[in-house]
Design a binder for this molecule. Structure first.
Ligand code: SAH
Ligand code: DHB
Ligand code: MG
Length: 236
């Protein structure tokens, strides 16, 4: 594809997202105010798209998830989509490295009225995950991996640690403009995602796995979704 064709395609993805978001009420009210606050606070605009936020919300509803773990809060845009679908006794534990991101997210959670259902933990996600393990927290029903991509392999290992049969593991940004097929990439993010795929390729605990490629206002990317299976009996 020439650059001109690509630009035209991107323009069209963007316009289709705008049309669909308007018709489906995906870009208004609370969620727009949250994105506006994130913009004003200079957070990078790498939240999930409205369509993907709504999908996360549907998946929480459909799976009946009560305990959600999110790795990578940013301003809490995705967190709020998920938290809205939780039952009264549900909870999202969300991990974030940057204090300033967590502070903006906290205001957003208050505005959205979901503050009681969210536990924010700030610091290196890997340290927070170890801490959660030390605390022997209950397993999670739904785990959203959306932080620094070089650590995706480690996050997958932790996700499996905190899973039970039926837990859904959902990872963002697993296509990255198609760069993931470049085995010679020197980008540590691509390397992290490729190692993540290698682990999944050899992981017997995952019952069902898919990657869906996506286009739209966030460009060309994709997400991976996996369901944890029953442990298989040891074979002699
Ligand atoms: N899930 C959010 C977007 C997350 S963006 C949404 O869709 O709204 C990725 C976030 O991961 C950023 O806020 C970044 O600060 C955070 N992050 C990056 N490295 C991290 C680390 N090592 N530990 C915890 N969080 C990290
Ligand atoms: C990046 C991270 C994300 O979570 C995302 O959705 C888009 C980009 C990044 O680190 O570049
Ligand atoms: Mg992301």
């Amino acid at each position: 594809m020439t650059q001109q064709h690509l630009n035209n395609a991107q323009q069209q993805w963007h316009e289709v997202d705008q049309y669909v978001n308007e018709r489906l009420h995906l870009k208004q009210g609370l969620f727009e105010q949250i994105l506006e606050r994130n913009r004003k606070a200079n957070l990078p605009p790498i939240d999930v798209s409205p369509a993907q936020g709504a999908l996360l919300q549907q998946l929480i509803t459909m799976s009946g998830a009560r305990r959600v773990l999110e790795i990578g809060t940013l301003g809490g845009y995705s967190t709020i989509w998920m938290a809205q679908a939780l039952p009264q006794d549900g909870q999202v534990v969300t991990l974030e490295l940057q204090e300033n991101h967590a502070a903006v997210a906290r205001i957003n959670f208050e505005q959205a009225g979901v503050y009681e259902r969210i536990e924010q933990r700030t610091g290196e996600a890997l340290e927070q995950l170890q801490q959660l393990a030390d605390e022997k927290v209950e397993p999670f029903d739904f785990i959203f991996i959306d932080a620094d991509k070089p650590n995706n392999p480690a996050y997958l290992k932790w996700a499996l640690h905190f899973s039970h049969p039926g837990t859904v593991i959902f990872a963002d940004n697993v296509v990255r403009e198609g760069e993931i097929i470049d085995q010679h990439s020197t980008d540590p993010r691509i390397h992290g995602v490729r190692q993540f795929y290698d682990l999944i390729h050899d992981e017997p605990r995952l019952r069902s796995v898919t990657t869906i490629q996506t286009v739209g206002e966030k460009g060309y990317d994709g997400f991976l979704m996996a369901i944890v299976g029953e442990p298989t009996p040891e074979r002699s």
